[in-house]
Design a protein around this ligand. Structure first.
Ligand code: ZN
Ligand code: ZN
Length: 257
């Protein structure tokens, strides 16, 4: 059977170029097209990818040469329920702007840019075993209705397609409508998401090797809370991925700004 999805996507991208002028939606100056998520090459080049040294467990970037995980203030005294976490880039500059508009202003045309960033820059973190599925961090149904979509699901779907594994949206659910994590210190973040997630009961994580996906990771409290529920449900191995890593300066050895 002819793969319909790429055909539809190409058609959609062509249509988008007719609707929107081919201008970068970050700088509003340079030329940019739908397949690039309307981000021009100059703006994309300003995205700060996370490269070594970073904490091997939580993925927090370190400044300088230090890369001893025992020194990572973000995770050395925390029980992590995922094996490790990785993020594609620092949540600064154009990426911060793109994610903010993507999430809160329905700027869905940025999807290809964010999806590519996640896929191209976190694949190396994935050992070549078979994965059983990709699980997006769920939104509370009320918040998903308000926002119109789950931004993590959009990213997770692209990763699942790239890895050719199922997108699992019926494993986890969010049962508490939590206030936004942005701006909260670590202790408050952990408290905010404690007991926020449950198993759906419609699809079991038992015996599965799973990839959890969120858009932005700060301390990792949300991803860790999700991983805990999946582990309790019998998942055997979990890695956590995000497009962006926000460093508030309270963790990492001397985390990049
Ligand atoms: Zn630009
Ligand atoms: Zn760490």
């Amino acid at each position: 059977m002819y793969p319909l999805a790429p055909l539809l996507r190409e058609g959609l991208e062509g249509a988008l170029d007719l609707i929107y002028p081919p201008v970068c939606q970050v700088c509003h100056e340079q030329e940019a097209h739908a397949p690039a998520g309307y981000v021009c090459a100059a703006c994309a080049a300003q995205v700060r990818l996370i490269t070594l040294p970073y904490c091997k467990r939580c993925g927090a970037p370190f400044a300088g040469e230090a890369a001893n995980i025992d020194d990572c203030r973000n995770c050395h005294s925390v029980e992590l329920h995922y094996a490790h976490a990785r993020s594609a880039a620092n949540h600064t500059g154009p990426l911060l702007q793109v994610i903010h508009q993507f999430k809160y202003a329905q700027a869905r045309w940025f999807s290809p840019f964010l999806q590519r960033l996640l896929i191209e820059n976190t694949f190396a973190a994935l050992p070549p075993e078979m994965w059983d599925g990709v699980v997006p961090v769920p939104l509370h149904p009320l918040k998903e209705r308000e926002r119109g979509f789950n931004q993590s699901e959009s990213l997770a779907a692209a990763l699942a397609t790239a890895l050719r594994v199922p997108l699992l949206t019926r494993v986890l659910r969010r049962v508490r409508y939590t206030e936004t994590q942005a701006g909260l210190p670590r202790r408050e973040r952990v408290k905010n998401v404690a007991n926020a997630f449950r198993l759906c009961g419609r699809s079991s994580p038992s015996g599965k090797r799973l990839i959890l996906v969120d858009d932005v990771m700060t301390t990792g409290a949300t991803l860790n809370a999700c991983a805990k529920v999946l582990r309790t449900g019998g998942a055997t191995h979990i890695v956590a991925l995000s497009v962006a890593r926000a460093c508030d300066g309270s963790f990492g050895l001397s985390a990049s700004p």
